[in-house]
Design a protein around this ligand. Structure first.
Ligand SMILES: NC(=O)C1=CN([C@@H]2O[C@H](COP(=O)(O)OP(=O)(O)OC[C@H]3O[C@@H](n4cnc5c(N)ncnc54)[C@H](O)[C@@H]3O)[C@@H](O)[C@H]2O)[C@@H](O)CC1
Ligand SMILES: [K+]
Length: 478
């Protein structure tokens, strides 16, 4: 297994939310680095620590503190201390100064002199690098390569892209790399790499957390349509479900939400919200003869959500089957539409959002313990070749490969309509994220919205109360 820089940042943030702070992780990283240096150095040897201004440098500061008693340690900081980019790295720099470790700052590349060290600890640049090394980092990399020393790199050889292994200009030629938590994709195949466990709890990967929301940052140059056109195919016997679903998609950041519904209820659906684009087909419920037009409309949209309020009439389910058989985009499938999924042949990417009863109706497992359920849900998702979000006290999300659980939400959310809201959020997320990640974020945000409403007013929550709480759940405090 490997972990990308973006995923690593998400897991780090999730760990912090579980009360394992990044500063604690940095302490573990520094400790692991010091052990690696001890492996290649003899007591009394000189160790030149070269540190950039990010957390990669912070790890190196911690290592210097561990090594100072037994080695001749000197630390070069590439720049002024005020420009250190994170508080925790600066605190560790301050700790070195307070302990009177030989720590000097380097203002420009010409002032950089590593001396003649036995070991160089390379904390110049880590997973936060963007583009080719600038000065003075570039000169520091060259100096590390020119030194007649054993070079130990912090997390990745500085100058190398952790995700790709690409070197834009120069990179440290490391004798040993100590990387943290998991192998980075760019390090695969090297024999000089050790992976150090730095104490990130498994839960930071398993449970969806605030770190998963980091991928929702918006580019300021975004255009209308960049964040998704979501089409809800729903309604007939029920009118509220498709309206809740489509509004939830908008609250979760979709640019446009369409509701395709029977003409008999179109006015009512539109009446719930002016923000919706209602497109009607004749009659009072979905039938196979409507499918061609729906497929044509769906081709221009990013994601379809099919199911909310459709009802379970035989010809409606036939229509759902025909639609999925002819569709090759991404579809979120909910409510009565779920039961056709196991029997349909489709090229579409499906995200299915059953509660446990609906899962059983699909032929899936019924298990009370969430961890046992997670394993079986993963198998079932792999069998069906879909992403499953199985709603419960702990929602389980799996695409058969990656399985996550979500702990947000509360008993107030057993009220009708919250599933329609989840399906709508999932639709919006699936227009910009991979299906399993979209589903994980949606489950998290839906539950967090419910928690915020109950915190404020107590139980007696309505699904429509969730709508206004979705934006803060997604983009509020991180
Ligand atoms: N994410 C995690 O869970 C943990 C990360 N840790 C460390 O944190 C590192 C990532 O830290 P950061 O995100 O602060 O990033 P880095 O320390 O990798 O680099 C960021 C710094 O480099 C500068 N920079 C970026 N590109 C540059 C270029 N091309 N030329 C010159 N300067 C450049 C930035 O302005 C910033 O000051 C990891 O590699 C790892 O060593 C560890 O502390 C432990 C936990
Ligand atoms: K490094």
């Amino acid at each position: 297994m490997t972990i990308t820089a973006a995923r690593m940042a998400a897991v780090d943030r999730n760990a912090a939310a579980l009360d394992v702070s990044t500063k604690q992780l940095m302490e573990s990283s520094g400790h692991a680095l010091a052990r690696a240096v001890r492996d290649v150095a003899a007591p009394g040897d000189s160790v030149a620590v070269v540190a950039g201004r990010g957390n990669n440098g912070g790890d190196a500061f911690v290592a210097a503190r561990f090594l100072d008693a037994d080695f001749d340690v000197s630390v070069s900081l590439l720049g002024r201390p005020e420009t250190i980019t994170t508080d925790i790295a600066r605190e560790n720099w301050d700790a070195l100064r307070a302990a009177e470790v030989d720590a000097e700052r380097v203002l420009d590349s010409t002032a950089l002199d590593l001396g003649d060290p036995d070991v160089v600890l390379d904390g110049v640049l880590g997973t936060g690098v963007t583009g080719a090394p600038r000065e003075p980092e570039r000169s520091a990399i060259v100096a590390a390569n020119e030194a007649d020393a054993a070079v130990v790199s912090v997390d990745v050889p500085s100058g190398m892209d952790a995700d790709t292994g690409d070197v834009a200009d120069v990179a440290v030629d490391a004798d040993r790399v100590v990387t943290f938590h998991d192998l980075k994709p760019g390090l695969v195949g090297r024999d000089d790499v050790t992976v150090a466990d730095i104490g990130i709890p498994d839960a930071a990967e398993t449970f969806v957390g605030p770190g998963d929301l980091l991928s929702l940052e918006r580019d300021p140059t975004a255009h209308k349509g960049d964040f998704g056109r979501v089409m809800v195919i729903g309604g007939g016997p029920y009118t509220g479900a498709p309206a809740l679903c489509a509004q939830a998609a908008l609250r979760a950041g979709a640019d446009l939400a369409y509701v395709a519904c029977p003409a008999a209820i179109a006015g009512e659906v539109q009446g719930y919200a002016a923000d919706l684009i209602v497109e009607s087909y004749e009659g009072e419920r979905l039938r196979p003869r409507h499918v061609d037009d729906l497929l044509a409309a769906a081709a221009d949209r990013d994601v379809v959500v099919i199911g909310p309020g459709l009802g379970g009439a035989t010809d409606t389910l036939d229509a759902v089957r025909d639609f999925l058989a002819g569709y090759d985009g991404t579809a979120v499938v909910d409510a009565d539409a779920l039961q056709v999924v196991p029997e349909v042949e489709t090229d579409a990417t499906l995200v299915c959002t059953p509660h446990q009863g609906e899962l059983v109706k699909m032929g899936g497992p019924r298990v009370d313990d969430w961890e046992e359920r997670a394993a079986l849900v993963a198998e079932f998702a792999a069998d069906l070749d879909v992403t499953l979000v199985v709603k419960g006290a702990y929602d389980v999300v799996s695409d058969g490969e990656t399985t996550r659980a979500n702990r947000t939400g509360n008993p107030g959310m057993t009220v009708g309509g919250t599933g329609d809201v989840l399906a709508g959020i999932t639709g919006a997320m699936a227009s910009t994220q991979e299906p399993a990640q979209a589903a994980a974020i949606a489950a998290y945000a839906n539950g967090a919205a419910g928690d915020a409403v109950v915190d404020e007013q107590g139980y007696g929550l309505l699904a429509s109360d969730l709508l206004g709480a979705i934006p803060t759940a997604l983009w509020g405090e991180r």
